[in-house]
Design a protein around this ligand. Structure first.
Ligand code: SF4
Length: 356
């Protein structure tokens, strides 16, 4: 199986080039094409020096390849601010990548796995099950796809969230390697403070981020403030109970001195009452926290319904009153099925050929 050049860090790429007898300077040229310019076809480059061109001609396709993801489907929201792509991996699996526009900035939401093992009941990806982890290059390739899309209109990708298909901390090593490549200042140059990792509460991953003093933002999906309520929405709570999750969050805050963003999807009658808000506020007491309230993206596989606006407003006020910053997250691209897995699920419902 050929190695993807997009799987390699700058140092690994240089080692490989030198091992094959080329001067180290060629690795900088190649890195520039792969990660700064995000070229889709290295054959189109006319400025490679003969040794590098010869090396590529001899090795590409047999020993090495690149990750450039074909577009299987794309849809734009009515306001054209959200663009959602179903991208095809080389083994035929399909993953979702979303590009969202906000005033003055753009954010890409990328996938870290094909499918997901966590099984959150309200999530279209969770309803599909797990297929496989993505390699670093397959995560990097989604970012380059978003950068190319934005470049066409003279815009730049500034922020990245790992909130697409899959649980990032379940694919820890590949995700962290990909983020190292993406944040490299010689390439895509998206700084760690502009990158957010969203987890459903994989406790060992949170503790590892704390231990490594990881510089990326951490977002934890809570959705329930008692063991039973949370387990009903997030089966992973049985493996990593809420009590252990909150303890891990405290450890993370103490070691890194960073705040944690807690996501709470508001589901009518399930977790959106004033009592739920008060319990959440008590649970987060003493943690450097910011709560993001998210309206439910309704899916065909879950009967829960979106909260009414007033319930969200009351919830928001109660959390803020105890001094925890709280925002109601703008939902982007509801008309393009922007909840993770929804485009893929929609394609399956229509009976189009699917690999998941
Ligand atoms: S919400 Fe995230 S962790 Fe849960 S099933 Fe969906 S993709 Fe997986």
């Amino acid at each position: 199986m050929p190695t993807s050049l997009h799987d390699l860090t700058f140092d690994e790429l240089r080692e490989l080039i030198v091992r094959d007898g080329l001067r180290p300077a060629h690795s900088a040229t190649l890195w520039n094409a792969l990660h700064f310019r995000a070229d889709t076809d290295l054959n189109q480059r006319t400025d490679f020096l003969p040794p590098l061109r010869k090396w590529l001609d001899a090795k590409m396709g047999t020993e090495y390849h690149t990750d450039v993801l074909a577009i299987a489907s794309e849809i734009f929201s009515g306001d054209d601010l959200t663009r959602k792509y179903l991208l095809k991996l080389q083994d035929g699996q399909e993953i979702e990548t979303v590009v969202m526009g906000y005033p003055g900035r753009h954010t890409a939401c990328v996938s870290t796995q094909a499918g997901c093992a966590m099984g959150c009941v309200f999530c279209a990806t969770g309803q599909m099950g797990f297929v496989r982890h993505l390699r670093p290059g397959e995560i990097v390739a989604q970012v380059h796809h978003a950068r190319r899309i934005l470049r066409e209109s003279g815009e730049r990708l500034r922020n990245l969230v790992l909130m697409g298909m899959g649980e990032p901390l379940h694919n820890y090593d590949n995700v962290m390697k990909a983020l190292g490549i993406i944040s490299d200042t010689r390439g895509a140059n998206i700084g760690p403070s502009k990158i957010s990792i969203s987890t459903v509460g994989v406790v060992p991953g949170i503790l590892r981020m704390a231990e490594e003093n990881s510089r990326y933002n951490l977002a934890v999906s809570l959705h329930g403030s008692t063991e039973a309520e949370r387990a009903a929405l997030i089966p992973a709570n049985q493996r990593w109970p809420l009590s252990e999750l909150i303890a891990a969050c405290r450890t993370y805050c103490e070691k890194t001195e960073r705040k944690i963003f807690f996501a709470w999807t508001l589901i009518a009658g399930v977790n959106d009452t004033p009592e739920h808000a008060r319990r959440l506020a008590a649970l987060l007491s003493g943690i450097k926290a910011h709560v993001n309230l998210i309206p439910l993206n309704e899916t065909a596989g879950y009967e829960g319904r979106e909260s009414v606006e007033t319930a969200g407003e009351v919830f928001h006020r109660i959390v803020q009153e105890v001094g925890i910053p709280c925002t109601v997250r703008q939902r982007r691209g509801i008309d393009v099925a922007a909840g993770c897995g929804q485009l893929k699920a929609e394609k399956r419902r229509r009976g189009e050929k699917s690999t998941l």
